[in-house]
Structures are given as C-alpha cells and as structure tokens.
Design a protein around this ligand. Structure first.
Ligand code: PRX
Length: 691
C-alpha cells in the first residue's frame, strides 16, 4: 500500500480518554482476556441481553475436518430472540421515544423519523401479516426491497417470529432473484429437517416494492419480481404471497400498468393497516437460524451463508459498540444497503441492539449533488460515518469543495469496509472529511464472519493508513505459507486463516454443509494437494508487519471485489459462455481507479464470427441483465486463445497480468508450462482492441 506502512496516526488524548478502550495496552489486556478467559469475557457481554432461558455452555466445536464434520455452537442451552433484544428490550429500558432511524429518501426533502416504539409497532404488524400468510418458525422469507424503512422492519419481523430472512439486494436481476428463492426453497428441508422445524409445505413469501428512484433513474422492482415469479413457476415452485410496499408515487407506479396481477400479489400497507401492533415473540434456541445471505464464491452458484441467533446477535452488538466506540446520543450513518452483510450487521442488527440512532439513506452519494453524504452528515449531526473505499475514491474526484461546503464538525469516527483502502483515499478521508481529527476504522470482515474481524478500535489503536490493524476480541488469526503451515514469525505474508471459532461465524452453507466444509476448511496448493483442513480459510491474502499489523492484500481465489461487492469469475464466465457467438470466456479482475477492481473478460468468438461492437454490447448487457448491473464486464478483450496448461487449466495469473497492462512476455512469470506459449504474445497484441 503506497507509503502507508511507516506513518502512524494516533488518536487524540481527548478522544482516547472518553473511549470504551483507551489505549493499546487496554486493548491488549481485553484481547488476552477474550482468548484466555472466554467464559468470563462473553458472560459479561451476554448479561446485557434478555435471555428467556440462560445458556449453560459457552461453546462447543469441531474445527478439524480430519476429526469429522465441522460444527460450531455458541451459548448452548440458551433461548432468546434478536428482535426482542433490538426492540422490546430497548423500550423496556426507556428508549421507546428515541429515534431509531432518520430515514432520508432519494430526493432532497423526503425524510421521516421513526422511534424505537414506531419500529416496534411496524415490526409487530408486519410479523402478524407474515403469520397470517402462514409463515412459521423456520420458514425462509425472501426480501427484495430498496432502502425503505420496510426493509429493516421486514428483517426484524422475520426474526420476531423465527422465520429465516433471505435479503436479496435490490440490484440483482430477476434470474438471480429466482435462483436464490429456488435455492432456499429446495434446500430448506436439508438444513432444517434436523431442527424439526421446516415443513415441506412451507409457504413461500417475498416482501418487495413496486419500485424505487435511484438518483434520477426509476427502477421498477415489481417487474423484476414478476419475471422471477414466472421463472419460479416454470420450475415448479409457486410463490404463495408477493407483498408489495408501494414506494413510487401513484401516477408513476408500475402497479397500475400491471393489470391482472395474480392473486398472490398484495399491497403490504393494506395488510399491515389491519394487523395488530403487538405480536408475541418466538423464543429461539441459540443455534436456531436467524438469516441466510447469498454470496458469490469461486465456483458454482452463490451460496446461502447461514447465521444463527445468539452468536450473531452478540457479535454484531459487540463489534458495533467497540469498533465505532458507540455512546448513547451518537448518530450513526452506514451508507451500505441492507441487501449486503454490512447493512445486516451495521444497520439492522448491531446498532439497534445497542439502541443507537441511525440515518437510513435510500439514495446515492451523487444525487442531486456530490455533497449529498456530507449534507446528510451535517443535517443530522452524524458522529460515526461508515462507507466503502470505492465511494471515497469516487467522491474524491470532485475535489474538497463539496465536502468543505458542509459543517462536519460532529464527526468523531470514520469507517471503511469492503476492500483494501489505498493510502491516498485514506488520507483524503482523514484530512478532508475528518479534518484530521477522526480515527479511521478500516474494518476487515466478510459475509461469513458476521461482523468485524480485524479492525482498529478508535480510542486505542495507532493507525497505519491501509492496514486493518489488529484482531477483534476472540479472533485468532494465522498466516499460512504456500504449504499450508502457520507462519510463526511476526513479519510474514501468506493466506489469512482463523484458528478458532468466534460467536458471529457462519454455521453452514444453507442446505449444503459439505460445501461449507470444502469451501472454508480446505486449502489446496497449486498441484491440488490438500495442505490445511483445521482452520477457517478466509480466501484473502495478507501481510503481517514487524509491529503485528495486518494488511489485507485481496482475494487469493477466483473472486473479484468490484466496488466492495464480491463476484465469482465463474458466474460471469458462465453467462458469457451462453452467448451464441462465444466459444469460451475467461474473466479476471484488474486495477480500477474507482471500483478497486474492474471486470476484464477475455472472449473467444466462434469460428467465422467477426468481433464487433454489437456483440460486445450484447455480452455486457447479458451479464447486466442476468446477474445485475454491478457484475457487468468493464472490458471485453477479443481473445485469439487462452493460456492453458497441458492439462487444460486456464492460467489466470497470466490473464491478470495482461489485463493489468503488462506488455512484456518476460514480465509475465513462468510461461513454460503452457500448452501453447505463443498464445501469450497474440493476447498482448490483441489488447489494443479491448474495450
Ligand atoms: O476480500 C475481502 C474484502 O471483502 C471480502 C468480503 O466480502 P463480503 O463478504 O461481500 O463482505 C464485504 C463487507 C464486509 C473479504 O474477503 N474486504 C472486506 N473488508 C475489507 C476487505 N479487504 C480489505 N480491507 C477491508 N477492510
């Protein structure tokens, strides 16, 4: 990371003296306690929650595949409910009239505030609607909504009645939506069969909206849902209820155009208005599922990452409190969408479990002006602001003025998530947005980890721009070498793994425990030999410097991180391969000034097909339509061939280097194992036409 290594930014004495954790020494002591005395450490935190039945055993696990199946359990014997802790308990503590959300719409002036009591009423109503639809404990519920208040409400309503929500980001296509709905429906019996909850005749409900304005663009979500509905139907699965929240103005809503909607489609408001605003909670065992969230991997279809009740609750609560140094009275603004894990853990769950007041923003940072984020920070006196490096880099391009136009003196902590933050963006964020006084918490974590894993604590950690610094309480990282052995020297580089479970760890891949074990507990070398099977393998590479700071260096598998969103290369390739004119495609990431990584696709056309802009556009549109806009390739390179080993394996290392601009064969590393080394030169020569 350019230059960042040697510079150290310490929190101010004033900040530290008021923080939960006041010094690096304090952090070290707390961290040591979390590892050496986990029982005492987690008992203290768990006593801040309501337990319908106290847990008796802190954790039990098998983390070693050679000893049998991987299993992870926390807070065993306990019964609780996450929604109860996020709402009922807050109200019991006297926080009912506290604002839970300042909702800020896409267009300026469109705002509405919701207190914890308002949230309670809406959540209970929605929970009753779901129950009236026939949803029971253990049933999966799909949620496909923009950033309207109904989104966290629907999530909490599911949690209240023990339904498992599966939020699908509103930017996904109908095909991606249908794929996720079908996967959760078909696989439910495998996962929940053992828990004895899921019934084969479980109803299938989706909570959605007619549409949304994203900046100046209208997105008609209901049309996408309709396509997905038909896809599910032709696959033999009937969606029983499509509950629609009306977001667009009457005269612009596509609902009117969609005459004769099947009877399954109902307006959510009509149902909620009639529903009672109290609803008893379903008490959940600690390891009962809370939600699944689909995420891309290096192979095959996206997998449903499954999180369970108590561990996730305690992890999202604890990480939010410490990483952002949350205090009552603070105003937290996370710019992520609830369709991703960041919005789950740091909008719906972590902050609400802390009783925090938040901004819930529907829009985009550049609408109507490039000052939008900063205006919101000023208007609501935001104290902690949490966003992605891609947004920082995009906004940085407009210069300092759009930031300086606003009064950001309320800010105390700035957060970064989703991808490595380069030191130029870090420094701009620090000096221009944070007036050089706000610690930056560069939080490394994953959908699978449920919450922050490696992160600074703002009052305690001396920062190095570009480093996520040190592990969170209870997290024991290891750096593995190319043979899968743990490196014991402090200064090193290799694969990042985690040696023991933490409360917020995913428990399984929904309906496919074997895939969970293979993906996260098996590490292979280049010759495909199994080299490690007793640690959680993150899929990321990292460096540990002489001071023990962790520097995340990016994915080591075939996953691309575009603007903080994970996309498996195999998923994009399979869409390109399907095009009538395409013989074969290979997709890699390349450095992109704003997105972090862009998508670079090598496409071999069929014999006799001439490359042209029409096909290029068709290929890009195909991926956009069938996966989602964020997966659209930035560059298509008409490839004369692909560099393959004699056994037919594509050498992506070479493709990545060419995509990144290497033009000298000598700089591409060893090409002697290629079946046809001449393909490399022809690829370099044909790069000029890539666009
Ligand atoms: O490669 C790492 C990168 O994002 C991946 C996780 O993606 P996802 O599950 O979509 O979750 C994103 C939000 C947590 C990781 O494997 N990543 C995430 N945060 C950072 C990061 N890379 C470097 N620094 C970070 N702070």
């Amino acid at each position: 990371m350019e230059n960042g290594q040697d510079e150290i930014y310490k929190p101010s004495a004033e900040f530290s003296s008021n923080a939960h954790v006041k010094s690096l020494d304090d952090y070290k002591k707390l961290y040591a306690r979390s590892i050496e005395h986990p029982q005492a450490f987690w008992s203290e935190i768990s006593s801040e929650f309501h337990w319908q039945k106290e847990w008796d055993t802190l954790s039990k696990y098998n983390y070693d595949l050679s000893r049998g199946s991987i299993s992870i359990e926390w807070f065993i014997g306990g019964e609780t409910n996450v929604c109860y802790n996020a709402l009922d308990r807050q109200i019991e503590m006297g926080h009912g009239s506290r604002t839970a959300f300042h909702w800020v719409g896409n267009d300026e002036g469109e705002t509405k505030d919701y207190t914890f009591s308002d949230m309670f009423n809406m959540v209970c109503q929605m929970a009753n609607v779901l129950k009236d639809c026939g949803v029971k404990k253990g049933d999966p519920v799909a949620i496909y909504l923009p950033m309207v208040i109904q989104l966290p409400v629907a999530m909490l309503a599911c949690a209240r009645i023990g339904a498992i929500h599966s939020v699908i980001f509103g930017g996904f296509s109908s095909e991606s939506l249908a794929g996720r709905i079908l996967d959760s429906k078909c696989k439910a019996s495998c996962v929940l069969g053992t828990a004895g909850m899921w019934q084969p005749d479980a109803v299938q409900v989706i909570v959605t909206a007619d549409g949304v304005m994203r900046g100046p663009k209208m997105i008609k979500l209901i049309e996408i849902v309709r396509e997905a509905f038909d896809m599910c139907k032709s696959d033999g699965h009937q969606l029983d209820h499509v509950l629609i929240s009306q977001r667009l103005p009457e005269d612009q809503s596509p609902l009117g155009e969609l005459k004769n909607l099947p009877h399954q489609y109902k307006l959510l408001k009509d149902l909620c208005d009639k529903a009672s605003n109290t609803c008893p909670v379903e008490w959940m065992k600690s390891e009962d599922p809370l939600f699944m969230l689909y995420t891309s991997g290096s192979t095959g279809k996206p997998k449903g990452v499954l999180h369970t009740t108590a561990g996730y609750m305690i992890w999202s609560y604890t990480t939010f409190k410490y990483t952002f140094d949350y205090r009552p009275g603070d105003i937290f603004f996370c710019t992520a969408d609830c369709g991703w894990i960041t919005g789950h853990s740091y909008i719906t769950y972590g902050p609400m479990l802390n009783g925090a007041t938040q901004v819930l923003f529907e829009g985009i940072p550049t609408h109507p002006t490039n000052s939008r984020f900063w205006e919101i920070c000023e208007q609501y006196k935001v104290t902690q602001f949490y966003t992605a490096p891609t947004a920082i880099r995009a906004l940085m391009r407009f210069g300092d003025e759009p930031v300086q136009r606003c009064n950001l003196s309320s800010l105390k902590v700035l957060g970064s998530v989703g991808e490595p933050i380069n030191s130029e963006a870090w420094k701009w964020y620090h000096t221009v947005v944070g007036s050089s006084k706000c610690p930056i918490v560069d939080t490394w974590w994953q959908t699978e980890t449920g919450g922050h894993m490696i992160t600074p604590l703002p009052g305690a950690t001396p920062l190095k721009p570009g480093s996520a610094t040190f592990p969170m309480f209870g997290v024991v990282p290891a750096v593995l070498d190319a043979e899968g052995r743990e490196i014991t020297e402090t200064e090193c580089e290799g694969y990042l793994a985690i040696k023991q479970p933490w409360p917020g760890q995913m428990r399984t891949v929904f309906g496919d425990h074997e895939r969970f074990e293979k993906t996260y507990f098996e590490l292979y070398d280049a010759e495909n030999n199994l080299i490690c099977n007793h640690f959680y393998i993150t899929g990321d590479g990292c460096r540990r410097d002489k001071d023990g700071y962790y520097w995340l260096t990016g994915r080591v598998d075939d996953v691309i991180n575009v603007s903080g969103h994970r996309i498996g290369t195999a998923e994009v390739e399979s869409k390109l391969d399907e095009h009538v004119d395409c013989t074969e495609a290979a997709v890699v990431g390349y450095p992109h000034p704003v997105k972090g990584e862009g998508i670079y696709a090598y496409v071999i056309l069929k014999e006799g097909v001439e490359p042209c802009d029409r096909i290029r556009q068709e290929l890009k549109n195909k991926v956009r339509k069938e996966i989602g806009a964020f997966a659209q390739p930035d560059i298509i390179h008409w490839a004369p061939g692909l560099p393959k080993t004699r056994s037919g394996k594509i050498m992506r290392r070479i493709l990545r280097k060419i995509a990144a601009g290497q033009t000298m064969v000598d700089d591409l590393g060893d090409v002697s194992t290629l079946a046809d080394p001449s393909v490399v030169e022809s690829l370099i020569a044909s790069k000029a036409d890539a666009a």
